[in-house]
Design a protein around this ligand. Structure first.
Ligand code: GCO
Length: 254
């Protein structure tokens, strides 16, 4: 009887920034595939509401309230997960978008985007990798973007951060693959979420996405789940340092 390579039963998966948006869609999908998902956010109220939505469906969901940009909070929160079973898979999903041309960008905005979208992934991964190294097992999935490889007008800070996150994925592979830790990334194309609703509501931008995307449509958040299940499961045990684009073909075609 072949073992189901994609079975996530018993795997504890922490998804940062999973109160809503793509993070919550990923948490729902991974839980539906048997994982215990650990939701994260800064607001205890929003976090509890997000976890209850999963529990109401009989899914296994825990809550880890902490600010991913606060080094001390991160270390404390990850230590509090140890007696609960720790973390088998980490998804660095949290991210913000601040659209502004680089000639107008202020240092506060730049630092906010880089801290939230890139540095936080290092802070959370560093604490969890210490434990994965001891266990000689673990998986890390960085949620990158088309902007890990392509720029778009007014998205400079976000593009720099997501480009850095793609390279951090490779750096983590270099340091940690030897300990049976697999570190990979997913690169979502255009999906309608709170972050992009303003773009989807613009008829010209909506038309541009549909013409620029070979699949001629926006992605549906649930369409990210398959790659997340693959990279969270035994099916990807020899995959490392890779990025999988879920973008309807946008990054592959002019
Ligand atoms: C934008 C969007 C994009 C998407 C996504 C694309 O302003 O073009 O915010 O950055 O959010 O990252 O992969």
């Amino acid at each position: 009887m072949h073992k189901n390579l994609f079975d996530l039963t018993g795997r504890r998966i922490l998804i940062t920034g999973s109160n809503g948006g793509i993070g919550h869609s990923l948490a729902l999908g991974l839980a539906q595939h048997g994982a215990t998902v650990i939701l994260n956010g800064r607001s205890a109220a929003k976090l509890h509401a997000a976890a209850e939505l999963l529990r109401e469906q009989g899914l296994s969901a825990e809550e880890a309230r902490f600010d991913i940009t606060d080094e001390a909070e991160v270390a404390d929160a990850i230590a509090r997960l140890d007696p609960l079973g720790g973390v088998d898979v980490l998804m660095n999903n949290a991210g913000i978008q601040r659209r502004i041309s680089l000639e107008h960008v202020d240092l506060e905005t730049w630092n906010e985007v880089l801290l939230t979208n890139l540095t936080s992934a290092m802070l959370v991964s560093r604490e969890i990798a210490k434990r994965m190294i001891q266990k000689r097992a673990g998986k890390i999935i960085n949620v990158c973007s088309l902007m890990s490889d392509l720029g778009r007008i007014t998205t400079g800070p976000y593009t720099a951060a997501k480009g850095g996150l793609k390279m951090l994925t490779k750096a983590m592979c270099a340091d940690w693959a030897q300990y049976n830790i697999q570190i990979n990334a997913i690169g979502p194309g255009y999906f309608i979420t709170e972050m992009t609703q303003v773009l989807a509501d613009n008829p010209e931008f909506d038309a541009w996405v549909k013409s620029r995307t070979p699949a001629r449509r926006w992605g549906k958040p649930e369409e990210l789940v398959g790659s997340a299940v693959f990279l969270s499961s035994a099916a990807s045990d020899f995959v490392n340092g890779q990025i999988i684009y879920i973008d309807g073909g946008m990054i592959s075609v002019l």
